[in-house]
Design a protein around this ligand. Structure first.
Ligand SMILES: Cc1cc2nc3c(=O)[nH]c(=O)nc-3n(C[C@H](O)[C@H](O)[C@H](O)COP(=O)(O)OP(=O)(O)OC[C@H]3O[C@@H](n4cnc5c(N)ncnc54)[C@H](O)[C@@H]3O)c2cc1C
Length: 316
């Protein structure tokens, strides 16, 4: 590490992106504090489903590389039986051709094949991918960071200039819109319903002709049903009609879902940007500011690749 990164680093934001970035920096020997407005359980990251797949984020080639690096880390956590809330689970990605998936995954996902009509009526790809249980993963990240000497402080900044450290890393997600400021960061609202699992042990992601998504992820706390994508919608209140529609669309795929007991409603605002921002910048007084935000609907998928890149940018 350079002299710059041997000094203290403050990471603004303690969601999956901030915590992963902070722990990589701390495990490389830097002195790191995370400043977060919210407890990790109250972040967008805690809402995610979360399946490993780089859904529509730009730049495509870089996002795939960040996703593949994260895939390695998730596979390694599973191999080591780390209590990180990560499992490799089989499922079908609907409306996706094998050529499309195989082209960039190029042998990285063993057993990748076209789905059979028994598995899914439309065109789909069957794969074994990381499924991350965020209520377990986020506290695990936090504990690993603290074990590496990191410190988490509940603080809300109104400007990065307030931060008392020679290096600032911006992992504020949607809040980067006001803090940077960067009006190109916009919310894409997502609502989910968690139901008692009626015995489903594979995941399924589909898109209908109208572009509506229906997906189901079997997690330890229940079957997570999704989902919605509403651009520029800021409400964090679950909408009952939307919840009913989600259940109806998922029950059309797996009829046993229709009568399942509802356990929880979740809403989150995806921090969406035309392209992820991962680059060096400077505060008005010349201090280093590294940006790592704008991961839209794929922050969990690319977290480790982006965190390593951010750590490289801190080192110069
Ligand atoms: C319904 C839904 C489903 C999703 N499913 C998936 C999926 O299956 N797979 C996938 O990869 N991704 C998924 N995502 C996307 C994923 O959740 C996001 O990309 C990811 O959580 C972004 O992480 P983040 O750390 O950048 O942001 P956040 O989790 O929003 O964290 C931002 C942090 O910044 C802090 N902060 C904000 N303002 C300030 C301030 N002024 N001062 C100090 N701190 C501040 C917050 O407190 C928080 O700690 C989903 C999202 C939603 C909503």
């Amino acid at each position: 590490m350079t002299s710059e990164s041997r000094g203290e680093i403050v990471v603004v934001g303690g969601g999956v992106v901030g915590l992963t970035t902070a722990l990589i920096l701390a495990e490389r020997g830097a002195s790191v504090r995370v400043w977060t407005r919210d407890a990790v359980e109250a972040t967008t990251s805690a809402v995610a489903g979360a399946l490993w797949w780089p859904y529509r984020i730009e730049p495509v080639a870089a996002a795939r590389a960040w996703a593949l690096r994260s895939l390695e880390v998730y596979e390694d956590l599973v191999a080591r039986a780390a209590p990180a809330g990560v499992r490799m689970v089989e499922g079908v990605l609907g409306e996706t051709g094998l050529d499309e998936a195989d082209g960039w995954l190029a042998g990285r996902v063993p057993g990748l094949r076209a789905s059979t009509t028994d598995e899914y009526a439309g065109t789909g790809v069957r794969a074994r991918l990381p499924l991350i249980d965020m209520p377990a993963h986020l506290p695990w990240l936090r504990e690993r960071f603290v074990a590496a000497g990191g410190v988490i402080e509940t603080r809300t900044v109104s400007s990065f200039a307030e931060v008392d450290a020679p290096v600032v890393v911006n992992c504020a997600g949607l809040a980067a819109r006001g803090l940077v400021p960067d009006p190109s960061v916009r919310p894409v609202r997502g609502q989910l319903v968690v139901v008692e699992n009626p015995g489903i042990d594979t995941w399924l992601v589909t898109t209908d002709a109208a572009g509506e998504h229906a997906y189901l992820f079997p997690q330890p706390g229940g079957l997570v049903l999704g989902g919605t994508s509403e651009e520029d919608a800021w409400s964090l209140e679950p909408d009952p009609a939307t919840a009913e529609a989600i259940i109806r669309r998922c029950a059309a795929l797996r009829p046993e879902i229709a009568g399942a007991r509802v356990l929880e409603h979740r809403v989150g605002l995806r921090p969406t940007r035309p392209s992820v921002r991962l680059e060096r910048d400077a505060l008005p007084d010349g201090r280093l500011l590294v940006h790592n935000y704008g991961h839209g609907g794929a922050g969990v998928t690319v977290a480790w690749g982006c965190a390593e890149e951010a750590a490289r940018l801190v080192s110069g």
